[in-house]
Design a protein around this ligand. Structure first.
Ligand code: PLP
Length: 406
């Protein structure tokens, strides 16, 4: 008789976005005359830029001719893309990364979720709280996280690093010793960042205790302040303790195209074993390469024209972020993030839980956001708005929220 992986049964239902959808649908049905503005989703809304669309068309045409047809891609990625990434994302920032340390994939979610496979089942993980849920859930599936305490919303064998306004959303070095440390910079959902100096503390700590930092830089393109690093490999010592994840989703609107990459430096060793070899083996066995068309599309993001066009989109979203940040601040809210990230994190009205505030905003302002408690217990009492809507809707939503406070 077969048995299932019972760790899957431990996962609490992910009710966050389905509950939001249900509440919004019920409200709309009861109030058909109201225009609801959605600032809850983490998906982009602007279309793929022309330089990338052109590259997709050209690559699709190549696939239609015997002389230029491409079958299975090299499982670690085409050299043309790995070399462009090294030049534009790493050498440009003074980071020493070689093309064969770049692993092209179908996006950061797969890599963030799969990376735990190359570590021992008894590894202890540390996560920021609140944070992108994939880090914890993928370790639950692997049986690393112990038991779930429903009342606390916490796993018994996970080290939580609370990030709240009291510590300026900067995680403190944990009292217990982790083996794997997940850091997301800029962070989803708080939109807050670690500076180079703050990240150096983590790199030194990881090297000292022999831990690996799993560094998610999915929102790197949104970084505006010079003291915020674009890569963990800008920090001296990171090559012996860090793996970095990147995505084309939020930078170039590839949420539906699917492309990302992971950097595993060859200096990252466990005894005499290179983690690079393990990840290469895993990638080669379980992944058959990101599609040629997508990798050509990715290359176009690095062309002069492509880069200019995608950064115009990033600027568009960041204008929305400023509208939300400044508008809510003016209205008297405590507001965070939004400067180096498309997410704005705010404290709810006094005494309201994240879900109470959700209902309040939906019913009184017809604006939808995401309750902070959905991202971890320390997100309780906070709320996330995203800058991925249209400019006009964003302005209107902020006016409505401001009017509520008057
Ligand atoms: N990492 C973080 C922090 C994210 O917020 C997201 C998507 O929302 C991802 C990774 C997923 O990226 P991708 O679309 O490349 O899988």
């Amino acid at each position: 008789m077969f048995k299932i992986n019972e760790n899957y049964l431990k996962l609490p239902g992910s009710y966050l976005f389905s509950t939001i959808a249900k509440k919004v649908a019920a409200y709309q049905q009861a109030n058909p005359d109201k225009t609801i503005i959605r600032l809850g989703i983490g998906d982009v809304t602007l279309p793929i830029v022309p330089a990338v669309v052109e590259a997709i068309h050209k690559a699709a045409d190549e696939m239609g001719h015997a002389e230029t047809f491409h079958g299975y891609a090299p499982d670690l990625g085409y050299d043309f893309l790995r070399e462009a990434i090294v030049q534009k994302d790493y050498m440009a920032w003074g980071c020493r990364i070689s093309p064969d340390e770049i692993f092209i994939s179908d996006g950061a979610k797969s890599d963030c979720g799969n990376i735990q496979e190359i570590f021992s089942p008894d590894s202890r993980i540390a996560v920021c709280d609140p944070v992108y849920p994939v880090y914890v859930d993928s370790n639950v599936m692997a049986g690393r996280t112990g038991e779930y305490d429903e009342a606390k919303g916490m796993w018994s064998n996970v080290i939580y690093m609370p990030c709240r306004s009291e510590n300026h959303f900067v995680p403190e070095l944990p009292k217990e010793t982790p083996d794997l440390i997940y850091l997301c910079n800029p962070n989803n959902p708080t939109g807050t960042t670690l500076t180079r100096e703050q990240l150096k503390v983590w790199v030194d700590y990881a090297n000292r205790i022999g831990a690996v930092i799993l560094y998610d830089a999915a929102y790197e393109a949104y970084i505006a302040e010079p003291e915020v690093p674009h890569s963990i490999f800008e920090i001296q010592g990171a090559r012996t303790c860090a793996i970095e994840f990147r995505s084309f989703s939020k930078k170039a609107g590839f949420t539906g195209v699917r492309l990302g990459f992971t950097v595993v430096p060859k200096d990252l060793m466990c005894g005499d074993v290179m983690l690079h070899s393990l990840w290469a083996r895993r990638h080669g066995t379980k992944f058959n390469g990101a599609p040629y068309i997508e990798q050509r599309a990715g290359l176009a993001v690095y062309s002069e024209e492509g880069n200019r066009q995608v950064m115009e989109q990033v600027a568009y979203y960041m204008r929305n972020a400023r509208v939300i940040y400044n508008g809510l601040k003016e209205a008297g809210y405590m507001v965070y993030g939004g400067v180096n990230s498309p997410y704005i994190w705010l404290k709810t009205e006094q005494g309201m839980t994240s879900w109470e505030f959700f209902d309040h905003l939906l019913e009184q302002a017809n604006v939808v956001g995401t309750p902070g408690s959905g991202f971890g217990p320390s997100g309780e009492g906070y709320f996330r708005l995203t800058a991925f809507g249209t400019y006009e809707n964003t302005v209107e939503a902020v006016e409505r929220i401001k009017a509520l406070r008057k």
